[in-house]
Design a protein around this ligand. Structure first.
Ligand code: GLA
Length: 505
């Protein structure tokens, strides 16, 4: 049943809407946020200002056409995936103070459309301060709707939305958090703390998702090369899948030839993280936490990890990592997002221009284990000290399959948050800047993508369809005492900040 807008002839139609029941769900605000919520006096929001028949967003997983033919709204109402919960929201010109974090303890399907003038009126209505203003709001809304149907209010400047994203085969629920800040949208899910989407405009303002991955959870549950994932306990390779710490040798699963890669068989990319929205002046933010128990994947010590994703006002995804342990253990966390600044396209990334703030890199053997040398990039195809098309010398790099899959030694030495790399897509004008506190970055050109994976929107991911800039300590550091140490001791805290910032030119 489609839900129609009330008309002058029948202004009460909304009251008859069967979906009015039980829209209020438990709040997900932090205690501090709750205290600040001006609507606490009257926690039951009036949802008349929210139009549940909004347009669906291209590629927005919560707006996928349900196979069983129900609208997203109906799916939500029946408790099936598709319902979202707006955790906080603010609009241009309204401070968080004015609109109040947690504006929408409302459940609603994604991409809801508001009645013209309705959002303001909704505020008044919720606070229960003035029935006159409420009526005025409705009338203005209706008038506005009648006169200028296309005049939508500005999209929320900032919002944090949570939705059910499905379940693992064992029934564990997975949540998706959508962080919006201006024209940046970042989606991250609790399975693998995976970044499923980053939507940013191109030089003409056209928004598109610049990451590889899948449209639904199911895709991520199948085999895939760490699309968008948080990787750990130790990102990259550990030679021979073993290391010695103190007097003890620890054995890991060999999941990459004889080596351990990205944390093992069930690394941090395959566990369900606990999520909570956090307050941040910089923008909507969600903290994912996970306790990796002693012995997990062969690693010693209980490791408490948190990864906080923030969509900042300067159109950046900021990722802050924190970890503590109760035994000495190696820790090397990273994010494995594959970027294609062309957006959802069939074109590969070889024409992107790249600059890396590194004069040296760590050469590798045939199995991608560093030799231990820090070699100069000058005069080699590894040199990205000046912006250079990725494809220009890629065939000279060698390797099987050919392409870049190397750790660069950043000039900053990992001592401060500094620019690590900048990529530019001449076709769309999108620029990605990566900043990190880590000493290294793995530049990987999707060499193992071979057309066997079909991703978002049915796009077949062939070789070099995306590139990764993985902030990290150097690969196989546990076997190279001259590399910056990856050993975390009890009483110390592991911290990393990495920023992916988007611009256009
Ligand atoms: C990292 C590695 C690559 C590859 C990808 C995943 O970037 O360095 O060799 O394993 O992950 O396919």
């Amino acid at each position: 049943m489609r839900y129609e807008k009330p008309t002058r002839a029948n202004p009460t139609m909304r009251r008859k809407d069967p979906r009015r029941v039980n829209r209020v769900t438990k709040t997900h605000l932090s205690p501090t946020m709750r205290r600040k919520d001006p609507r606490r006096v009257n926690p039951a929001p009036r949802e008349w200002a929210v139009d549940f028949e909004g347009p669906t967003a291209h590629h927005d997983p919560c707006c996928q056409k349900p196979p069983w033919g129900l609208s997203p709204v109906r799916r939500g109402l029946t408790g099936l995936p598709g319902f979202v919960e707006v955790v906080s929201e603010s609009r241009a010109g309204e401070t968080d103070e004015a609109s109040g974090p947690g504006l929408g303890r409302i459940r609603r399907p994604c991409e809801p459309r508001r009645w013209p003038g309705g959002s303001r009126a909704m505020e008044h209505g919720r606070r229960g301060r003035s029935a006159i203003l409420l009526l005025l709001g409705v009338s203005l809304g209706l008038l506005g709707g009648g006169i200028a149907g296309a005049a939508e209010p500005a999209a929320p400047t900032r919002s944090l939305t949570k939705m059910n994203y499905g379940k693992l085969p064992d029934g564990t629920p997975v949540e998706l958090y959508i962080l919006r800040n201006g024209d940046l949208t970042v989606s991250v899910m609790t399975y693998g703390a995976i970044v499923t989407k980053i939507v940013v405009p191109d030089r003409s303002g056209k928004p598109d998702d610049v990451t590889l991955g899948f449209d639904t959870l199911e895709g991520y549950l199948g085999p895939h090369p760490y699309f968008g994932a948080t990787v750990g306990r130790v990102a990259n390779r550990i030679a021979g899948a073993r290391f010695t710490l103190g007097n003890r040798e620890y054995r890991l699963a060999a999941n990459n030839g004889p080596h351990s890669l990205h944390g093992g068989l069930k690394g941090f990319d395959k566990v369900v993280w606990k999520a909570e929205p956090v307050e941040s002046d910089e923008g909507p933010s969600v903290r994912m936490s996970y306790r990796s128990p002693d012995g997990e994947e062969g690693y010693p010590g209980n490791l408490d990890v948190s990864v906080t994703f923030t969509a900042t006002s300067d159109r950046a995804l900021r990722i802050d990592y924190v970890a503590t342990t109760d035994q000495s253990t190696p820790v090397n966390l990273s994010n494995h997002t594959y970027f294609n600044l062309g957006g959802q396209t069939t074109k590969n990334i070889l024409e992107h221009e790249l600059m890396i703030e590194a004069d040296r890199y760590t050469p590798v053997d045939a199995t991608l284990i560093p030799t231990g040398e820090l070699a100069p990039v000058a005069g080699t195809p590894m040199d990205f000290t000046r912006p250079t098309p990725i494809g220009q010398r890629i065939e000279e790099v060698g390797g099987e399959p050919t392409g870049y899959d190397h750790n660069y030694v950043l000039r900053s030495g990992g001592k401060t948050l500094a620019l690590a790399a900048r990529a530019f897509d001449p076709a769309t004008g999108r620029i990605l800047e990566m900043l990190t506190t880590e000493p290294g970055v793995q530049f990987y050109t999707g060499n193992f993508l071979d057309g066997t994976i079909t991703g978002k929107g049915g796009i077949v991911y062939r070789k070099h369809h995306g590139f990764c800039l993985e902030a990290q300590h150097f690969p196989d550091s546990v076997h190279h005492p001259q590399f910056p140490s990856v050993i975390l001791e009890p009483g110390s805290t592991y911290r990393q900040t990495t920023i992916y910032r988007f611009l256009t030119r």
